[in-house]
Design a protein. Structure first.
Length: 368
């Protein structure tokens, strides 16, 4: 991602602190934030979070920067990595819930690089892989009791993997030839309650079948895929059948893409032009109360004046309406990322994705 803003200093400021669980991020001071996210890697309110991330943001390229650490809610550290110049660079450490090291490796510009060591939850070594340009080559594989299964990159492998964004681990097994997946590999549920299984074929590490999920030895890593740039709404009320469109309305319609977002972008742009703002990034959260008022607007921005003006504008909006399950109104928390660049306001494109209480807006980081 090319550099899109040049800002010497980064100002962090909060207007009010939330007194409830519908917060998406918190200011920890010293240019550090705490972000909450769920088992899908989606930014969400603290009330529904499974993990939280402590990190700083490089505002010039809109990315995490420096040491980034993830913790399980109510537990310990589960992941640690380093970002620089918009990419994962340096050592990455993953941990089991009991605190035992799960794996240790290195990144170079978002790609796994050099030797990676993986461990069982008991602490013993499981496998050793060598990565070149993110391509894995398995060197060694051990049983949990320490017995070597193979030490020369050739043999049978049985392990676990997460194949996609769903927080489900599957069994994966097959032949390794000269460090590469080869022949028929089987992927199946980890227990009898999940009888699903399927087979895929590899040749020298290349997948021969057309599938839309990750089938590699490494698998999908949730903590590598946390995205700041989403438009999210979480309600105080939670029901598995509840969709975002049932949570909130703006001017009588639940299609916020056609109602709220264009109006919001136009008004913010007018304020920016009127105040002669330079380019900025702003992450905003607020609560729509049970009686449909906007309260507790909190902004994280590169410009203090932006925080003040946008916060005042948001608190004056009177057109939202929260859900009323069983005719009982409930509050709702909203998280919106905003980028102002070259006289244009950018927010992500709205689309429903995955979890019923998380809706993603794809962030557009550059203007062509």
């Amino acid at each position: 991602m090319k550099r899109i803003m040049s800002i010497i200093s980064f100002t962090l400021m909060t207007i009010m602190s939330f007194g409830q669980d519908l917060v998406f991020f918190e200011n920890l001071g010293n240019d550090s934030l705490r972000f909450y996210y769920d088992e899908y890697g989606g930014i969400c309110a603290k009330k529904y979070a499974k993990y939280f991330r402590i990190a700083s943001i490089d505002t010039s390229i809109l990315c995490f920067v420096g040491k980034t650490t993830d913790f399980q809610i109510g537990g310990g550290k589960v992941y640690q990595c380093y970002y620089s110049y918009g990419h994962l660079n340096g050592e990455a450490l993953s941990y089991y819930p009991n605190g035992v090291l799960k794996y240790r490796g290195f990144y170079k510009n978002d790609m796994r690089d050099s030797l990676w060591h993986f461990f069982y939850q008991s602490g013993g070594i499981e496998k050793v892989l060598f990565f070149k340009l993110d391509e894995p080559c398995m060197k060694e594989y051990y049983k949990e009791d320490g017995t070597p299964q193979f030490l020369n990159g050739t043999g049978k492998y049985k392990g676990n993997t997460q194949i996609n964004i769903q927080p489900i681990e599957y069994k994966i097994s097959g032949n390794v030839l000269n460090g590469r997946q080869n022949g028929k590999w089987r992927i199946s549920g980890r227990n009898k309650s999940d009888p699903m299984y399927w087979n895929v074929k590899f040749e020298n590490g290349e997948l021969l079948d057309d599938v839309n999920f990750n089938t590699s030895i490494m698998g999908y890593v949730l903590h590598e895929n946390v995205d700041l740039f989403k438009f999210v709404a979480n309600s105080e009320f939670w029901d598995n059948s509840l969709l975002f469109s049932q949570m909130i309305k703006y001017k009588g319609t639940n299609n916020l893409t056609k109602s709220f977002i264009p109006e919001f972008m136009n008004n913010v742009r007018s304020m920016c032009l009127e105040n002669d703002f330079r380019d900025f990034l702003c992450l905003m959260q607020f609560i729509i109360t049970k009686d449909n008022n906007i309260e507790n607007v909190v902004c994280y921005s590169t410009d203090c004046k932006v925080i003040h003006i946008i916060s005042n504008y948001m608190t004056g909006i009177k057109d939202f309406e929260t859900i009323k399950p069983n005719d009982n109104p409930v509050g709702c928390g909203i998280y919106i990322p905003i980028l102002y660049q070259n006289g244009k306001v950018i927010v992500p494109d709205f689309e429903f994705e995955g979890s019923p209480f998380v809706n993603i807006m794809k962030f557009v980081p550059e203007i062509k």
